[in-house]
Design a protein around this ligand. Structure first.
Ligand code: PMP
Length: 419
């Protein structure tokens, strides 16, 4: 049972009992270097509840076969499970049509799909693509590869010091050659929640479609692609308590229908002949080859799990932890938070004077505290703030104030050792 809407055992009235939810995640009940594991690397990947582990195991034990092309019972069951997952993702994102959900390996592959297919068709020499200064490399490099291939230009929305976007500068970047905006919903390096609905409205006023990178958003707030009015929305299952190796791209139906295939193979065709082949309709046109079938089953279990708790309750819980953690970290001598925007989600990125982020990460690991240290695949963000790397604590639904206390105690060890 995971829907405990009770007082938080940590004392916060967030409507979510994280201490009880932790019991759903077997991996959390272990010691690392003789200390209880405190997992604060959810931005990189989240841990899996029993509901997901069991769903994947049961599927392999009972129902697994390849999908779509079989007439036998197991193939029919596996196909029903996979296509049922498409319906589940459609509901989760509130997409208007199940054919708007394309399964991919994750966010990275979804962006590469749009860059290759939509970009290859609609973006040419002299055209412009607008990105922001806080994009993950997976929402920069596919556009650079396209831009190099076709001779397009990339324009970048600058950041204010607090890690929010300069929206006036954004509006001023639009011109007659702007063909696409690609923007991260929640920054993995800064935690900034971008006002994507407003940014999409600006882009649409110029007739420009928008891709939203939702990798860090879906586990922390309710996403409604129709309310956002976005054209593409990408996310990865592993960031929302599901399996790695699967994710989804939402694409507006008229756009997907006009887009050419980007990978060829089985399942994406209507007819094949040596004289020429024809393509299946979306989403199958973009799903060449055997997909991560069990991953889709695990994704359904993950979305059911998260919706069972309620994204609003999760968001409230994480905001409480964020406020609690921010106040405590600000008191650590020499510590500077990178990313202090007013609208932030679940991420505490920081540097400590005179200590390299990797040393922070290593000392914390010895204290049982798992954080990430590095550039977080967002090197332009590091350049913007003049730091080589940050340490990053990123929160999930199972984290508690006690976890933040453990982080702060472990940081005291860091300042003792390096201070
Ligand atoms: N965008 C953002 C903001 C991310 O945080 C990540 C993962 N760190 C990605 C994209 C890429 O996701 P994946 O590796 O699952 O494709």
């Amino acid at each position: 049972m995971n829907t405990a809407l009770q007082a938080d055992a940590t004392g916060a009235a967030t409507g979510l009992d994280a201490d009880r939810l932790r019991a759903d995640f077997p991996i959390l009940a272990q010691e690392v270097h003789g200390k209880p594991l405190v997992y604060l690397d959810n931005g990189a990947s989240t841990q899996k509840p029993n509901a997901v582990i069991d769903a994947v195991g049961d599927f392999y034990a009972r129902d697994y076969a390849n999908i779509h092309r079989g007439v036998h019972t197991l193939s029919e069951r596996a196909t029903a499970a996979f296509e049922g997952a498409r319906d589940r993702v459609q509901r989760f994102l509130n997409a208007a049509d199940r054919h708007e959900i394309v399964f991919t390996r994750g966010t990275t592959e979804a962006v590469n799909l749009v860059a290759a297919s939509f970009g290859g068709q609609r973006i040419g020499a002299g055209d412009e693509i607008i990105l922001t200064g806080m994009e993950h490399h997976s929402n920069i490099v596919p556009w650079q590869l396209l831009a190099e291939r076709v001779g397009a230009q990339i324009r970048v929305v600058p950041l204010f010091d607090d890690g929010s976007l300069d929206l006036e500068a954004y509006a001023a970047l639009f011109g007659p050659r702007t063909r696409l905006v690609a923007v991260v919903h929640v920054s993995n390096a800064l935690g900034t929640v971008n006002p994507v609905a407003e940014m999409i409205a600006t882009a649409h006023a110029h007739g420009v479609p928008v891709l939203v990178d939702g990798a860090q958003a879906v586990a922390h707030a309710r996403v409604d692609v129709q309310a956002l009015d976005c054209d593409f929305y990408a996310f990865s299952a592993h960031k929302i308590y599901g399996p790695s190796g699967i994710g989804a791209l939402y694409g507006r139906r008229e756009l997907l229908e006009a887009m050419p295939p980007w990978q060829g193979g089985g399942d994406m065709i209507r007819t094949v002949a040596f004289e020429g082949s024809t393509w299946a309709d979306p989403p199958y046109r973009f799903e060449a080859g055997t997909p991560h079938i069990a991953g889709a089953v695990g994704l359904v279990a993950a979305l059911d799990y998260v919706d069972g708790i309620g994204l609003d309750a999760i968001a409230a819980h994480e905001h409480d932890l964020l406020a609690y953690g921010t106040a405590l970290l600000e008191q650590v001598p020499g510590l500077r938070l990178i990313g202090t925007a007013a609208d932030k989600a679940a991420i505490l990125s920081f540097v400590i004077d005179g200590v390299h982020a990797h040393d922070i990460g290593t000392v914390l690991d010895f204290e049982g505290v798992a954080v990430r240290a590095g550039h977080h695949c967002a090197m332009p963000v590091m350049t913007r703030y003049g730091v080589p790397a940050t340490a990053r604590a990123s929160l999930g639904l199972y984290n508690t104030r006690a976890d933040i206390d453990a982080l702060v105690r472990a940081l005291q060890r860091v300042t003792e050792m390096f201070g």
